[in-house]
Ligand binder design. Structure first.
Ligand code: ATP
Ligand code: FE2
Length: 328
């Protein structure tokens, strides 16, 4: 059983091929990098339209798989930017029709969670999903992934990207800020914004830019931002573990690439006699393999849609998507 998955929710166009054992047979990705500032949805969508056909070819070549060996075509249905989602969905519909294979819609957030879960080998972990647009603590209960806590304003990655651009850098900010933070020496005071199970980042953004205007060193700013923001995420993850009586946590989303975040969450989990797992970086960031794997799970559980019922859902929420492949 081989599933082809297409990811195109935001910056990244990606095609993945996965088999029934979650063996990643291929991932071919290409990221749209805005020349300056934030993402322009239609320009990103044009990038995806141009690149996806070639990425499909690359993925098939990498995996040494013929189209006739692909059993289903999965695509990210939402959440994401409308024009970007439509670019990926159009390619997926075309392949499903041309190859006469089922078309399987996948929620992007659930896909981050499922790839992390299968790779971790943990059956029912708590999930910290930290990406550009999303920041959520998630647990499965009664047929759905439930959001226990989340950002009240912007996603952590978008916050890091925006901050880094304001400090003179370019997209993506998260990895660059991580390097810069290694040179940081002083922990500067920044607003620590935890509200119960939720977090907020815009106050840190404003405060950091104010400190920068007063001449604070950029490495110190980067270091302070990382320590503050990742402490907030670690705190709500610990609270969720305590409330749900769990001991295992997995990380997903692009910000889960961050070594400091990984270490902080691991230290917290191990301090509670629990465990932490983070997927390899290529599978933390947006990728077609996670869509393919979740498509496989959904397809096995009988999920597929006709082309005319395959509209994208830019605001599709994690907790509104049924997960018939999971029991409990
Ligand atoms: P989503 O739709 O799930 O929000 P996304 O489009 O934001 O997805 P991802 O690939 O999941 O895409 O995450 C990208 C984000 O991850 C960017 O904001 C980027 O700065 C951030 N990121 C990547 N690597 C690191 C890192 N090492 N440290 C911190 N942030 C990182
Ligand atoms: Fe993502």
């Amino acid at each position: 059983m081989v599933v082809l998955g297409i990811e195109s929710t935001a910056h990244t166009a990606s095609v993945g091929l996965v088999d029934e054992r979650a063996e990643v047979l291929a991932v071919a990705s290409d990221m749209y990098r805005p020349p300056h500032g934030g993402i322009h949805p239609r320009e990103a969508a044009n990038h995806h339209v141009e690149r996806l056909p070639e990425l499909v070819r690359h993925a098939l070549e990498q995996a040494k798989i013929r189209p006739s060996e692909v059993d289903a075509v999965a695509f990210a249905q939402g959440p994401g930017l409308g024009p970007c989602l439509r670019a990926g969905a159009t390619v997926a519909r075309m392949l499903a029709l041309a190859w006469d294979r089922p078309l399987v819609p996948v929620n992007h957030c659930v896909a981050h969670v499922e790839i992390a879960r299968i790779l971790s080998g943990l059956d029912d972990p708590l999930l910290l999903y930290a990406s550009g647009g999303n920041t959520q603590v998630i647990a499965h209960a009664r047929g759905r992934y439930r959001v226990l806590g989340e950002t009240l304003d912007i996603g952590i990655g978008n916050f890091l990207d925006k901050l880094w651009i304001e400090l003179g850098g370019t997209f993506p900010g998260g990895p660059a800020l991580e390097k810069e933070a290694l040179e940081g020496r002083e922990l500067l005071p920044l607003p620590y914004s935890v509200h119960g199970m939720d977090v907020a980042f815009s106050g840190i953004l404003t405060a950091t830019l104010a400190l920068s205007a007063k001449g604070a060193r950029r490495p110190d700013l980067a270091y302070s931002v990382e320590v503050t923001a990742y402490s907030m995420l670690t705190e709500i993850t610990e609270r969720a573990l305590a409330h749900r009586g769990r001991d295992a946590v997995v990380l997903g989303g692009g910000v889960a690439c961050n070594e400091r975040l990984r270490t902080m969450v691991r230290t917290m989990a191990e301090g509670r006699n629990g465990t932490m797992f983070a997927p390899p970086r290529a599978l933390c960031v947006d990728n077609g393999a996670m869509i393919a794997w979740t498509g496989h799970l959904a397809h096995e559980a009988g999920v597929s849609v006709p082309v005319e019922g395959s509209a994208v859902e830019p605001r599709q929420r994690t907790d509104l998507v049924p997960t018939p492949w999971r029991t409990g």
